[in-house]
Design a binder for this molecule. Structure first.
Ligand code: XIL
Length: 684
């Protein structure tokens, strides 16, 4: 067998026999394929569904397909010399044959296919395979990964993470992958997370949707916002190539490396610094006159485990010795990484997400904190200032629109600044969703820190189409995209009002084809950015530049800035008379011990428009609303009253309005079923 390689991360795998290919990949373009435009029919999505098509897609092109029906292995091979990979008539997902892998002695062993001559740089592929355990083998999970090499450098990248396989049934594994690095060896493989079960694979496909040109004539965001603030996007190497690179340089004046500058990327093993991807991103930025934000020097995530291990390899406990060791590792890391980019990076997220407003002192109990107290933050800023004296130094966090969070952050920054710690700025991540945060809370966050005399930046903005962490849609309705546009516009309006305080606004991603929200908090379709999966402008783009969307339907018009629904405002004035009736949908979008998130939709089921609304209900179990968005609220005992905002008070006949809230509960959390709207009883 082949020795196991000491590679970190979920893509952990083997170092199989010598590299097969020697040819270096260059940026060859995908062969031009005819773009078969197929408009996806809209699917109804909850109460927000509209009959409008969501988005035009292009037909996928198949680059590789192996179904094993010809009785051969179709170029699949074993990863090592131990296991056997053979065509099998025993089971098949479709047809009569599949590929069997038996005799495995290590979990990383499995079938592998050479992609060196097939996969093109910068093209996003969907890679899918059906996998089935051999009968009689216990359940385990499998994953699908890519191994790429250049010279001696080996990387394993997970395409589909651990997926449970159940005995006797086929499971499909499907994920996307974009090759962003030059390679001289490239394979895809299937392994199990543990154990050595025999398994079968079948109907493997690798497809891609041909790129269409970016819109060359639409206004460049960086021009539109030139007088307000630089505008940026978080990117990886894949976003530097082809149409992605064109979109990036056309619209953005600043960029952030989404992952390439994090600790696990820059110092995966102690004192061995790797800048391959980060350097490529910086070189692109320099060549295209784009400023670079650095993200991030210290975080509790994406930090290799060795950082937190003591001299004996055990997880650090809070001792003086460990504190000294951890701070020296921190100093060495920052000295190297921030020093490496001293001339390239104009602003660093020195520390990321150090606040936990649930703690009495507001400080996250990361290992950084438990071992060093606040000294890790003090050291990080001091060393960064020393080695990168021209960079603005930021403390970056999410949910700063939540009062308790921003208050804790404010207190920390005040304290550290009074100690003389060189904090120049506060970064507001601004991960939001179609209903949240409110303009008022966003304004409150920016106003609060302006008083502290620090610079501010919006560092990671995106607007999820989901307001909870469990829902999942196969397609996203035009209405949802319109709501997203409305939210983008509301928040950008606040940013514009605060442009004197804001020195940049950065989106967490370039376009919807590559966003972290497709796997966080669960795997689902999310479209949170300004450009769609084909890099074309969305209603959200048009909303923030203040122009009508040329492609939006009448119900999804992004120019309807003052309304969640253009149809609502359009027909409201025409409906001065008629019947009034309402239907209310109340749901618990998420619930945890002591807290929950509620979502309420008011449907106008009458024939007259509703012009301004007050909704009332009674909680049965002592629930208490703490915070509510898209409306004003009062609660007196168990009686709740919610009133419309100026912009969502008009509900056309057949239209709807919604709001959400955070509340507390104890014991039971019965949902109210009886509501009054403007004094009239609604159906529940
Ligand atoms: C995310 C990246 O976008 C993902 O690719 C990665 O898997 C996890 O981290 N807050 C941050 C960012 O500060 O670093 C995170 O980026 C998103 C949340």
């Amino acid at each position: 067998m082949v020795p196991r390689r000491n590679a970190p991360g979920p893509g952990y795998g083997a170092n199989p026999p010598g590299a097969k290919g020697t040819r270096m990949r260059t940026s060859r373009r995908v062969p031009v394929a005819l773009l078969a435009l197929s408009v996806a029919a809209a699917l109804g999505v909850g109460v927000w569904s509209s009959a409008t098509p969501v988005k035009a897609g292009t037909a996928p092109v198949t680059a590789v397909s192996t179904d094993f029906e010809d009785g051969t292995t179709q170029n699949w091979a074993p990863r090592s010399t131990d296991e056997t990979v053979a065509n099998s008539p025993t089971v098949a997902h479709d047809g009569t044959h599949s590929l069997a892998v038996t005799d495995r002695t290590e979990s990383w062993q499995g079938p592998t296919l050479d992609l060196l001559d097939t996969m093109e740089l910068g093209v996003q592929y969907t890679i899918a395979a059906w996998v089935r355990l051999a009968d009689g083998d216990a359940s385990t999970s499998a994953r699908l990964s890519v191994e790429r090499r250049l010279g001696d450098a080996v990387n394993y990248e997970t395409v589909v993470g651990d997926t449970t396989l159940n005995a006797g049934s086929w499971t499909q594994m499907s994920g996307t992958y974009t090759l962003a690095n030059d390679v001289d060896f490239l394979t895809v493989y299937v392994e199990t997370s543990d154990g050595t079960s025999s398994f079968f694979i079948d109907d493997f496909t690798m497809t891609y949707v041909p790129a269409i040109p970016i819109e060359a004539d639409i206004p460049a965001l960086k021009d539109v916002f030139a007088d307000s603030f630089p505008i940026g996007a978080a990117v990886g190497r894949a976003q530097l190539l082809g149409e992605h690179g064109q979109l990036l340089s056309k619209h953005f004046s600043t960029l952030t490396a989404g992952n390439a500058m994090k600790w696990d990327a820059t110092e995966p093993t102690e004192d061995a610094f790797t800048y391959t991807d980060a350097d490529a991103i910086v070189a692109y930025a320099n060549a295209n006159d784009i400023a670079v934000r650095g993200h991030t020097l210290v975080w509790h995530n994406q930090t290799p485990s060795w950082v937190f291990q003591d001299a004996s390899g055990a997880t650090m406990t809070a001792t003086e010795e460990n504190k000294t060791l951890l701070l020296s590792r921190l100093e060495n890391h920052i000295r190297n990484v921030a020093g490496h980019y001293a001339d390239d990076i104009y602003a660093w997220d020195v520390v990321n997400e150090v606040i936990d407003e649930g703690q009495s002192d507001g400080l996250r109990r990361s290992t950084w904190y438990t071992v060093t107290g606040l000294d890790y933050i003090r050291t990080a800023f001091a060393v960064a200032r020393e080695v990168a004296p021209n960079a603005k130094l930021y403390i970056n966090d999410y949910n700063t629109t939540v009062a308790a969070k921003r208050d804790a952050l404010y207190d920390l920054v005040s304290q550290l600044k009074s100690e003389g710690i060189p904090i120049d700025g506060v970064g507001h991540q601004m991960h939001g969703n179609v209903d949240w945060p409110s303009a008022a809370d966003t304004d409150a966050a920016l106003t609060k820190f302006a008083a502290l005399g620090v610079e501010q930046q919006v560092t990671e903005m995106d607007i999820s189409v989901y307001t909870d962490s469990t829902s999942s849609h196969d397609t996203i309705s035009a209405d949802l995209l319109a709501r997203q546009a409305t939210r983008y516009q509301a928040l950008f309006d606040v940013y514009a009002a605060h442009q004197a305080d804001l020195t940049s606004v950065t989106l967490w991603g370039l376009a919807d084809d590559d966003t972290w929200l497709k796997t966080f908090p669960i795997t689902r379709l999310d479209l949170p950015l300004l450009f769609d999966e084909q890099l074309q402008s969305k209603p959200a783009y048009w909303s923030i530049i203040g122009q009508p969307s040329p492609t939006a339907s009448t119900t999804a018009s992004a120019s309807a800035s003052a309304s969640t629904s253009a149809s609502a405002s359009a027909s409201a004035s025409a409906s001065a008379s008629g019947t009034t009736a309402c239907a209310v949908t109340y749901s618990v979008a998420g619930q945890w011990p002591g807290g929950f998130q509620g979502a309420v939709a008011i449907g106008n089921t009458g024939t007259a428009a509703i012009n301004g609304w007050t909704l009332g209900w009674t909680f049965a179990d002592g629930q208490q609303i703490a915070q509510l968005w898209n409306g004003g609220f009062t609660q007196s005992g168990s009686t709740v009253t919610v009133t419309s905002e100026a912009w969502n008070g008009t509900i056309a006949a057949g239209g709807s309005a919604s709001f959400g809230f955070l509340g507390s509960w104890d014991g039971t959390n019965t949902m109210p079923t009886s509501f009054t709207l403007n004094g009239q009883t609604c159906s529940g």
